[in-house]
Design a protein around this ligand. Structure first.
Ligand SMILES: [Zn+2]
Length: 157
């Protein structure tokens, strides 16, 4: 029972990480001006602040029919794709590798490689790129350190 709860929590963290990636990765790309560490999310078209309940990954996208709650402009499909892609990829890797430390390291690499790919495809932001990249890496390390605690518990369970 304990094992199931820990494994479920790890997958839940991936679900959150997938959503976090749309901020973390997309804010490093061309055209972005918001700081990585700005906790609020804004609609890029009408600049309205997006409520927390409208940030719930995948479900909020479906509930709002893939559009901004205020101006009804379409949220790029890429945002949803990135959320689902990272969530499924990391969950799959971890299940296939039986929740061991290899899974942890491969997931970390997969996350950073996804970031690099997006940077390669869309290009880096024009302003304060280096500063935000460092912030991004710092945040990732904190998040993955917290995830390491769960993996440690999974080994002990
Ligand atoms: Zn809007």
């Amino acid at each position: 029972m304990q094992t199931i709860i820990i494994r479920f929590t790890i997958c839940l963290v991936y679900y959150i990480l997938g959503a976090y990636a749309t901020t973390d990765i997309l804010r490093l790309l061309k055209g972005s001006t918001l700081s990585i560490n700005n906790p609020d999310c804004y609609c890029p078209i009408c600049n309205n602040k997006i409520k927390l309940k409208d940030q719930l990954p995948i479900f909020a996208y479906i509930k709002n029919h893939g559009a901004c709650h205020y101006c009804k402009s379409k949220i790029p499909f890429g945002d949803l794709f990135l959320e689902i892609f990272l969530f499924l990829l990391m969950t799959l890797i971890t299940i296939l590798l039986h929740f061991n430390w290899w899974a942890y390291f491969v997931c970390f690499i997969a996350y950073e490689v996804t970031k690099l790919l997006f940077l390669f495809i869309y290009g880096p932001r024009e302003t304060e790129f280096a500063k935000n990249l460092l912030r991004s890496l710092g945040n990732n390390m904190v998040l993955f350190t917290l995830l390491a605690v769960l993996f440690l518990l999974a080994q002990l369970a």
